[in-house]
Design a protein around this ligand. Structure first.
Ligand code: AMP
Length: 215
């Protein structure tokens, strides 16, 4: 499948993406994971992106498009991909349209995960992430804690609260989402590609996507 997953930070895009990749071998492409990996590795991209990310601001469109142009041409994308956290602005969506045309790729649809704001806030404040840039497994202190407190089940590295998951940064990220990313719903609606699901659980979204794709 070739999908864009839209939704506020904390809507569950990453979890849903991981469940969908297990169905058909498509790959999850999370620009947030790619950027955090680059920051941790101290690459030039990471150095450029770090300050924006810490504040909860978006990284400039040109940096993101550079990442995506390369990533979408890697061989593992041939079976399909789930774009998680990209596009985040109208210019990114327009540039993606041009890029997909150039690469001869047609999207199946854009899935919009709708989640009430109070649930999102609670989820983000209690979310914890594996500090290993190559793992980045997600936990939740309330609903999905690691077996041993503070230690990743998958790789054994410390599980931490992300720099951009302080209350101040979270509120800023949500405001940025409303201002810059929410307009994409209208953009993809006009393109006839939008499929909105009220995300009461990840299973609900996965089943709705499967039904829509006839899987
Ligand atoms: P995420 O894990 O998707 O919430 O992304 C974490 C941070 O990475 C965001 O708050 C942005 O600073 C940056 N980021 C991720 N994806 C994008 C994107 N498509 N455009 C701009 N900045 C992004």
């Amino acid at each position: 499948m070739k999908l864009i997953l839209l939704g506020a930070p904390g809507a569950g895009k990453g979890t849903v993406a991981k469940m969908l990749t297990a169905l058909d071998g498509s790959v999850q492409i999370s620009t947030g994971d790619i950027l955090r990996g680059a920051v941790q590795a101290g690459t030039p991209l990471g150095k450029e992106a770090e300050a924006f990310m810490k504040r909860g601001d978006l990284v400039p469109d040109s940096l993101i498009m550079g990442i995506m142009e390369k990533r979408l041409q890697e061989p593992d994308c041939a079976k399909g991909f789930l774009l998680d956290g990209f596009p985040r602005t109208i210019p990114q969506a327009e540039a993606l349209k041009v890029l997909l045309n150039k690469l001869g790729i047609t999207l199946d649809m854009v899935v919009n995960l709708e989640v009430p704001r109070d649930i999102i806030l609670d989820r983000l404040c209690t979310r914890r992430t594996c500090s290993n840039g190559k793992c980045q497994a997600i936990y939740n202190v309330k609903s999905n804690p690691p077996k041993q407190a503070g230690v990743c089940d998958k790789c054994g590295n410390p599980v931490v609260q992300r720099d951009d998951e302080t209350e101040e940064a979270i509120l800023h990220r949500l405001a940025t989402y409303n201002q810059k990313t929410a307009p994409l719903i209208g953009f993809y609606d006009k393109e006839g590609q939008m499929f909105t699901v009220v995300c009461t659980s990840s299973d609900v979204v996965v089943n709705a996507v499967k039904a829509k794709l006839g899987m």
